[in-house]
Design a protein around this ligand. Structure first.
Ligand code: FAD
Length: 147
């Protein structure tokens, strides 16, 4: 059974930007073998993350358990968890979006303030934001199909 999980987290202050590169390298290396696809959205210069994970339920649950335990970030906050009929981020083993480069008008469609607080998003809004970013913004990352 396929599920999709969305969460937000905060990087430890000292390792924001470098952390994003390290995570993506790890994701490219391991997500394909576990059937995981998704998108990682970095915000506030890599200090805050919103990530969507899609895949088989046990695989997504295992990866999320790893992520919650990961001491490189904190305040891991589950935003949404749903059984799904199909993936919406099937094109990326882990796509990367830099939210700092996104138009303020786009942010304001989903946020009360121009400075988005990912921890206050409800699951539907977080998913809608990530879906819009995946279709309208440049997503950096190795396409799932290219492996
Ligand atoms: P291991 O000790 O090697 O494995 C523990 C168990 O997890 C094993 O059963 C193994 O088979 C299983 N496992 C390992 N990788 C995956 C996977 N990708 N999917 C399902 N099961 C798996 N790591 C990723 O691999 N993909 C990501 O998309 C990802 N996103 C991250 C996002 C953030 C913001 C952060 C901070 C970290 C992210 N990580 C990601 C890294 C993650 O937290 C762990 O470091 C990584 O999963 C390896 O964990 P481990 O050393 O405990 O794994």
């Amino acid at each position: 059974m396929l599920v999709r999980l969305l969460y937000a987290s905060r990087a430890l202050e000292s390792i924001g930007a470098a952390l994003t590169d390290a995570i993506l390298a790890q994701s490219y290396a391991r997500n394909a073998e576990h059937g995981i696809t998704g998108i990682l959205c970095a915000y506030q210069n890599g200090q805050v993350f919103i990530q969507a994970l899609e895949g088989e339920r046990d695989e997504v649950n295992q990866l999320y358990a790893n992520i919650v335990r990961d001491s490189r970030h904190e305040k891991v906050t589950l935003l949404d968890y749903a059984e799904i009929d199909q993936r919406v981020f099937s094109g990326w083993r882990m796509g990367r979006v830099d939210l700092n480069r996104v138009n303020v008008a786009t942010i304001m469609r989903y946020s009360a303030y121009p400075n988005l607080d990912p921890f206050s998003l409800n699951g539907r809004t977080a998913l809608a934001l990530l879906m819009e970013l995946s279709t309208t913004t440049t997503v950096v990352g190795r396409p799932e199909a290219a492996r």
